[in-house]
Design a protein around this ligand. Structure first.
Ligand code: PLP
Length: 408
């Protein structure tokens, strides 16, 4: 007899085959497809009846799933497992850690100023629990890298008598893929007695990740950028003594740092994806070669294409480009109609008509916007060929429209 599970499995498989046959998914920075390892771990966890806080065998089984995932996420960040707090998203982890109120053991610690780089993800730019007047932006250069001289000036201007300061800086940008000088920034922050929070959401699984090698106090992570499920994240700390006041209060889950019954299926999927991500770092040079070959072909087709951040180290999977004369929103629709999923700007801002704050902060002409192509482990040469074919079609349309405008 066919069970409901058989039906769902069959439907999912048919859908996946249909999508794989007709569509080319190049939007891994928005979200990466669920890895089979994550899916298997999630399905196994869904069948566990217990609550991880219960003392009986069912509860202990659920707790063991969380412990395994915690070990896997900790290994990805090179920290002891006790330093990983699971949350429902990186956005929640950011809202948790960006707070003026910390504790060092039992003693309160006040953070009186938040500095964020101008190209941060909106979940960092929102400033968490800081009042708007307590938060300021630090500029980036034309390549999108944090201006370290501006950081020096900001630190020098901080009134240490009012409390500590905190810098929130991303490891890599979600739109451009540009890698930030995190180690240099962390050294400056630490020398001045501040705290540094690194948004490692886009860097995890794409760059080696070690909290201590970076010199960070906290990292934030998101499962779904790694091939884990959407709706799972983590706040990772450098120790267990200095911690932010909890954001979600209630029961004692996550050692009192994050209340609420744990979503063990999501956590299990996150752990499995983190384990794969650690192993998959060796595939990154091949991914970079594929992206670089794609960009070479794009430049050959459209010599005036602008590839943002191309002059500085970028994530191996990301290409963020503007074709002069072609609005990114129009291009995105064109790509979609050709079967290619890419985005104009970040996933959070696509769907809204707005100018990319990242392009603006880089001093680029933001009016046309830019298209983000982001590759992943499942990207093949066939996908790249399909993208380049669509790129060529849209470029030809752009050129003929321009020729028409000149003739008119
Ligand atoms: N930080 C960066 C750099 C991101 O790209 C994203 C998601 O796009 C987030 C944070 C937020 O992650 P989540 O979707 O888990 O809230």
């Amino acid at each position: 007899m066919r069970t409901r599970r058989d039906v769902v499995d069959a439907e999912t498989t048919v859908m996946a085959i249909k999508m794989a046959g007709t569509r080319t998914y190049l939007d891994h920075n928005a979200t990466a497809p669920l890895l089979p390892e994550a899916r298997a771990a999630m399905l196994a966890a869904l069948d566990l009846p217990g609550n991880a806080s219960s003392v009986h065998a069912e509860g202990r089984a659920a707790r063991a799933v969380i412990a395994k995932a915690r070990d896997e996420v900790a290994a990805l960040c090179d920290v002891p497992a006790a330093q990983v707090i699971f949350t429902a998203s990186a956005t929640e982890a950011a809202s948790h850690v960006l707070t003026p109120n910390f504790r060092m053991g039992r003693a309160p610690v006040i953070v009186s100023r938040l500095f964020v780089s101008a190209t941060e993800h909106p979940c960092i730019l929102a400033g968490g629990r800081f009042l708007a007047e307590r938060a300021s932006h630090i500029s980036v250069d034309r390549d999108g890298r944090l201006d370290l001289a501006a950081l020096d000036a900001a630190i020098a201007g901080h009134d240490a008598a009012s409390g500590q300061f905190m810098l929130a800086l991303q490891l890599a940008n979600n739109e451009t893929g540009v890698i930030q000088p995190v180690v240099e920034a962390a050294a400056k922050v630490r020398a001045a007695g501040g705290l540094i929070v690194v948004d490692a959401v886009q860097g995890a699984g794409r760059l080696p990740l070690s909290l201590s090698a970076m010199g960070a106090d906290f990292l934030i992570l998101s499962a779904h950028k790694l091939g884990g499920p959407k709706g799972a994240g983590a706040l990772v700390s450098a120790g267990e003594i200095l911690m932010p006041e909890p954001l979600v209060r209630g029961g004692g889950q996550e050692k009192g740092h994050r209340a609420g019954t744990e979503n063990i299926a999501a956590i299990a999927g996150f752990g499995a994806a983190a384990a794969v991500a650690r192993e998959a770092l060796s595939d990154i040079p091949a991914l970079a070669a594929r992206r670089d070959a794609m960009e070479t072909a794009m430049r050959a087709e459209a010599p005036d294409v602008i590839i943002h951040g191309a002059a500085v180290p970028r994530l191996a999977n990301t290409c963020y480009f503007t074709l002069p004369g072609l609005k990114a929103e129009t291009a995105q629709i064109g790509f979609d109609m050709e079967g290619i999923a890419v985005s104009s700007g970040s996933a959070c801002s696509s769907g809204k008509v707005g100018v990319s704050h990242v392009l603006k902060a880089m001093g680029a002409d933001a009016a046309l916007g830019a298209i983000r192509v982001s590759l992943g482990a499942t990207t093949t040469d066939t996908h790249i060929a399909a993208f380049l074919k669509a790129f060529s079609t849209l470029n030809a349309r752009r050129l003929s429209r321009r020729a028409g405008e000149h003739a008119a």
